[in-house]
Design a protein around this ligand. Structure first.
Ligand code: DQQ
Length: 478
């Protein structure tokens, strides 16, 4: 066995007992991870690269980590794919980028720093090792005459016999922007024009990690907004290399989902993963020895009204263990009820509520028997808002207790359909196929494992609830 990969397995085993470490969301064997990079399916297998600091659980010295999978659920660690080259254009870090199939040659386009440039690497051994050509960088800086606030994170696709690149940027005194480039050979690039420019006051001064792709009869542009630090989704039309957004919204209503990437797989599915950052102190992250998780793979589709729909990857069902099923549970006003028999810190829960006239209703997770710790995921009917209430999520003083959430409009007779994935410190919620809310919680009590139901104001009815324990994706249970 490869000694590097042996060491990775040992690291996983060493950290497996950490009560906050997710067991079925992908994360590296140890140390720091941020953005997903270079998602691609190659000869049937899925490859995920990621921003990684192999030196410790903090951002810096950025490499590209690498993992592969047959199903996007269970992963195998591969050796680090890209490392900074001393004296090269990526000497200070190999930042985010993408992977493409250049007529059989696997090719990465990524950001070298400093200054920010676009670099390329190719593989001659099916993505295992990567070579950087002497011609790097392939784009040495922003277009002449354009004052930019950033220049990074290429997203490349093939269109009508040419290659196109969307690059994250911002235009000084205007706002976040995505710049469009064109090339015949991935080596020489011409600037075309901005694909989209935002209004700095409304949508931030710099847009990172663009992802641009066709979906149904529309195009979608995802950008991660700095300094506000959330991801925006634009849906619109793309014609003559101009993108005209028709709608814009937040991609995830929680506070930890950032810098997503998407990929079209052999089944024609558009699949997205995003970085879930930690929500606890740097000291706590250093003590843990790891930081950063990837979201579950989400399958994207356009809804009949043109909004973006998101559903968890169906293959996640293969991780399901023990099952509980309940029907027609009537929640009285101000209900706060434990569900006997349903317990765990790695769970999948599907619940359908008739909110009735309740002010709010939903599911309590990581609930201590006396209720002293509990995280509430629910829907506030009067405000039309999906939320996570973390006021009692953890008794640690340095934990973030802020509530998170955002708009979810339920039509008059529409039930609330919550699909919740709890993975120790990760709470990832899909609501009615069209809203996601991802957050982090770090309960302190070993008995904060209960599940409950709550209602505020008037009562509500749970038409059906299914809960499953979820198995680890790592063979050694790590
Ligand atoms: N992370 C990378 C950048 C990107 C940022 C650096 C977004 O390429 O803009 O680690 O999280």
């Amino acid at each position: 066995m490869d000694p590097i990969l042996d060491a990775a397995a040992l690291e996983r085993r060493r950290l497996a007992g950490d009560p906050h470490r997710p067991r079925y969301h992908f994360l590296p064997p140890a140390n720091w991870m941020n953005d997903p990079n270079g998602m691609i399916q190659w000869q049937g297998r899925y490859h995920l690269f990621y921003q990684h600091n192999p030196d410790g659980p903090y951002w810096g010295n950025i490499h590209w980590g690498h993992a592969i999978s047959d199903d996007l659920v269970r992963w195998e660690d591969w050796p680090i794919a890209l490392a900074p080259t001393p004296g090269g254009p990526d000497k200070d870090g190999c930042w985010s980028g993408c992977a493409v199939d250049n007529d059989g040659i696997p090719t990465l386009l990524y950001t070298g720093v400093w200054p920010e440039v676009v670099c390329l690497a190719t593989s001659a051994d099916d993505l295992r090792t990567w070579a950087k050509p002497a011609g790097n960088p392939v784009i040495a800086g922003p277009p002449a005459g354009l004052e930019t606030t950033g220049f990074r994170d290429p997203c490349v696709w093939r269109e009508a016999g040419a290659w196109y690149m969307a690059l994250g940027s911002g235009i000084k005194d205007a706002g976040g922007a995505v710049l469009l480039y064109r090339s015949r050979d991935l080596l020489r690039w011409d600037y075309v024009h901005p694909l989209l420019v935002g209004d700095g006051a409304e949508t931030g001064v710099m847009w990172e990690c663009p992802s641009f792709f066709a979906l149904g009869d529309r195009h979608v542009l995802l950008v991660s907004v700095t300094p506000h630090a959330h991801t925006l989704c634009f849906v619109g039309t793309y014609q003559n290399h101009r993108f005209s957004p028709e709608r814009m919204g937040r991609l995830d209503l929680g506070g930890c989902f950032y810098a997503p990437q998407t990929m079209r797989d052999d089944l024609g599915r558009r699949i997205m993963m995003g970085w879930l950052n930690e929500d606890r102190s740097d000291d706590a992250q250093r003590a843990a020895g790891w930081a950063g998780v990837q979201s579950l793979p989400r399958v994207l589709a356009l809804q009949p009204d043109g909004a973006l729909g998101m559903e968890p990857l169906p293959a996640l069902r293969t991780l399901r263990g023990a099952h509980h099923h309940l029907t027609d549970v009537r929640l009285p006003p101000a209900a706060d009820e434990a569900l006997p028999g349903i317990q765990g810190d790695c769970l999948e829960i599907r619940a359908e509520f008739e909110p009735g006239s309740a002010g709010a209703c939903g599911v309590a997770l990581r609930r201590a028997p006396d209720g002293a710790e509990a995280t509430l995921v629910g829907y506030d009917r009067s405000a039309g808002r999906l939320f996570i209430d973390r006021a009692r999520a953890s008794q640690r003083e340095d934990a973030d207790h802020h509530a998170e959430g955002g708009a979810l409009d339920l039509r008059d007779s529409e039930a609330l359909r919550l699909h919740i994935f709890l993975d120790r410190s990760v709470v990832e919620v899909f609501a009615n196929g069209r809203a996601c809310l991802t957050s982090r919680v770090y309960p302190t009590r070993p008995d904060s494992l209960g599940v409950g139901l709550f209602a505020r104001g008037a009562g509500a009815t749970v038409r059906a609830l299914d809960a499953w324990t979820v198995r680890s994706i790592w063979p050694a249970g790590g």
